[in-house]
Ligand binder design. Sequence first.
Ligand code: SF4
Length: 174
Amino acid sequence: MKLASFRKKSPWILHYNAGGCNGCDIEILACLAPKYDIERFGMINTGNPKQSDILLVTGPVTKRSRERLVEIYDQMPEPKVVISCGACASTGGVFRGMYNCEGGIDQFIPVDVYVCGCGTRPEQIIDGVVQALGILEKKTKELEESVRLSKKPVQEGRQLNRRNIADEIKPLVS
Ligand code: SF4
């Protein structure tokens, strides 16, 4: 099976609160509960950035969370998609201008999908994740294509997976 296909069918999501009020986080938990139950679509909320495809961030970036956010993003393997969940994550929201608020997350890491609202409704979050899946599939195909065009012969019998795809693209980006 192609990498793009199974990633789209079973994305692993990492949720990180950069400094919000927990309102958006409660809505994310509602997505995991039986009423919305996003796990039925194959999505899993994971706690390890090295195994995640989608980074779901709530809250504004604070002076304390800034470095952690960037570190989490850097640890995620390519291809990855970032969702900004709620007004705070997108612009700083109600915390904008406060002494400890650095603003929206797109000032520090690239954002692919913006989900509006304060707090965001579960339906909006699911809609954002569905958009993210399309972007993830596109990025995965682009990555596979760039590996194929690199003319570096892939070892016979060796399949591309989360671990070795990073080795394949390293010469292309350096
Ligand atoms: S967007 Fe609203 S609900 Fe979400 S973290 Fe910010 S203040 Fe809380």
